[in-house]
Design a binder for this molecule. Structure first.
Ligand SMILES: Cc1cc2nc3c(=O)[nH]c(=O)nc-3n(C[C@H](O)[C@H](O)[C@H](O)COP(=O)(O)OP(=O)(O)OC[C@H]3O[C@@H](n4cnc5c(N)ncnc54)[C@H](O)[C@@H]3O)c2cc1C
Length: 474
């Protein structure tokens, strides 16, 4: 009897599930997916409460990667709705289109503010052209592109809310996250009257009829139909080594029994730094790198409302420091099938680290804080709230702290040394990815495993030529 190749996938988010689904199509491969939660989907899950379907923060499916949308449409069939995107920014009591339009800046800001924004942009543009200095931080990068005035009004407070101190963050974060090439392109666009560039802002996107979580659920169903095995609610305790490569996983099953499963390859999509706990014999330098790598956590606070939709757009960014949250979004605007008739669900999302007082506040304290800040926005009244509660998640946003690249590269070096592990996805590869990019990475991981015995080296090349070019599109 011929030996099937056995692949272990760690983590059942979109990356792990995409890899599992693609691998499960190969009859010569046996796939085992290990997930610590009792359900699949990771950050892309949806859940049900009081007749509502709710996501963990607003999710749109949009991609610039060839072949990804076609493949996803095949998987989702008629359940994939096409939605026209609307997003706003709320500043100084007014709603603006986002990304910013110069026409709005000139008409909605007081004239002296518009003049200040343009002048400060001019100063930065001249300085950058004259000195041609590479930005050293997130802050430098944004000031070079947008000028100090827009930076201090929008990007700086938003960075503190989302990622932490912008002076301590690597410029790579801005390259990946800020899709707009800066004020120059905004001005050019205005002059040439071109439509907004779809590599900067998605005009439409796809969304599953009954919540974003349909995507991971469908990937799981399809993988299972092909024979993939799912170990849910299971803690992986150790990655076993033999001759320098991974030879198997030790895990605790639901009854608390320790079990072992041998494997040929591993697709690693769980938080990158967790590898230090899974391989006790890792050298000190890699353990040190793992201690440097960190993620921020997310809180999503839900207000289930007896009300018509309350926001002027699908989601609105709130950069000003007086709001603790960074964004409000509304599920019913993504799909009307996600709430009972005459109801809507407002999601308030923001990020934290362990030391942030909001991370440990109970739901009542958080509600009081948020209600105070939401009141002036006049979106809903207390008596319209059917239910309110929070969901909190650790390890959501990779922190691109200055110095992270060399640490992450050190850990990725294990791919070459061990030759049968691939770091993939937002958490596993410490890569600020969206779900379409995770889907692409999952498929590529599967293809790599199918065609090569020494997957580590080729994966590094793919990362350099493909994954590092991913950009988030607003
Ligand atoms: C607020 C917010 C908004 C977003 N908006 C969008 C959007 O509009 N469009 C878009 O495409 N993307 C969006 N994203 C990004 C998207 O959610 C992620 O890119 C994607 O879900 C990451 O998938 P992943 O599989 O790499 O990681 P995850 O989804 O985090 O999956 C990792 C899995 O590993 C599991 N795990 C962790 N530790 C262990 C362990 N020790 N053992 C076993 N399992 C473990 C976790 O439980 C999880 O299921 C958004 C993300 C956030 C947070």
């Amino acid at each position: 009897m011929s030996h099937k190749k056995r692949v272990v996938v760690l983590g059942a988010g979109v990356t792990g599930l995409s890899a599992a689904y693609r691998l499960s199509q190969n009859p010569d491969i046996e796939v085992h997916v290990f997930e610590k939660e009792s359900e699949v989907g990771g950050l892309c899950r949806s859940f049900k409460d009081s007749g509502f379907i709710l996501d963990y923060g607003p999710h749109k499916f949009y991609t610039l990667i060839d072949g990804v949308l076609d493949e996803m449409c095949k998987i989702m069939g008629d359940d994939f709705l096409t939605r026209e995107k609307s997003q706003n920014l709320f500043l100084k009591g007014k709603y603006f289109d986002f990304p910013l339009k110069i026409s709005e800046m000139l008409t909605k800001f007081p004239p002296h503010k518009s003049a200040e924004i343009l002048a400060s942009f001019g100063v930065s543009a001249v300085k950058t052209l004259k000195n041609k200095v590479n930005p050293e931080s997130y802050e430098d990068f944004i000031i070079q592109k947008f000028g100090k005035s827009l930076y201090s009004q929008i990007f700086e407070p938003m960075a503190y809310k989302m990622f932490g101190n912008p002076r301590q963050l690597d410029p790579q974060l801005a390259r990946v996250r800020i899709s707009s090439p800066g004020l120059v392109s905004v001005i050019k666009q205005l002059l040439s009257r071109k439509n907004i560039d779809r590599t900067i802002s998605a005009p439409t996107f796809h969304y599953p009829k009954y919540g974003f979580g349909m995507i991971p659920e469908r990937l799981k169903e399809n993988s299972e139909a092909n024979g993939a095995k799912f170990h849910l609610g299971v803690k992986v305790k150790e990655l076993k080594l033999a001759n320098g490569s991974i030879s198997g996983v030790a895990f605790e099953d639901k009854d608390g029994n320790l079990q072992n499963l041998s494997c040929d390859d591993v697709v690693y999509t769980i938080p990158m730094q967790a590898i230090a706990d899974l391989i006790p014999s890792l050298p000190a330098s890699i353990r040190q790198a793992c201690r440097f790598v960190s993620f921020r956590h997310t809180i999503v606070y839900y207000y289930l409302l007896k009300s018509q939709p309350v926001l002027p757009a699908m989601w609105v960014f709130y950069p000003e420091a007086k709001f603790r949250f960074g964004r409000l979004s509304e599920m019913t605007k993504f799909s009307p099938y996600t709430a009972p008739l005459g109801h809507t669900a407002l999601m308030v999302d923001f990020t934290c680290d362990d030391l942030d007082p909001t991370w440990t506040m109970d739901d009542q304290q958080l509600n009081e804080l948020l209600m105070d800040q939401l009141k002036p926005l006049k979106l809903f009244k207390r008596e319209q709230v059917v239910k309110n509660f929070s969901k909190r998640f650790r390890n959501f946003y990779p922190v691109y702290r200055i110095g992270y690249q060399e640490r992450v590269e050190k850990i990725r070096g294990l791919e070459r040394e061990m030759s049968n592990i691939l770091f993939a996805g937002r958490l596993g590869d410490f890569n600020y990815n969206n779900s379409d990019q995770c889907f692409d990475m999952g498929y590529k991981a599967a293809e790599q495993i199918e065609k090569s015995r020494e997957v580590g080296q080729a994966w590094g090349e793919l990362r350099h030529n493909r994954f590092e070019k991913y950009r988030i599109v607003d």
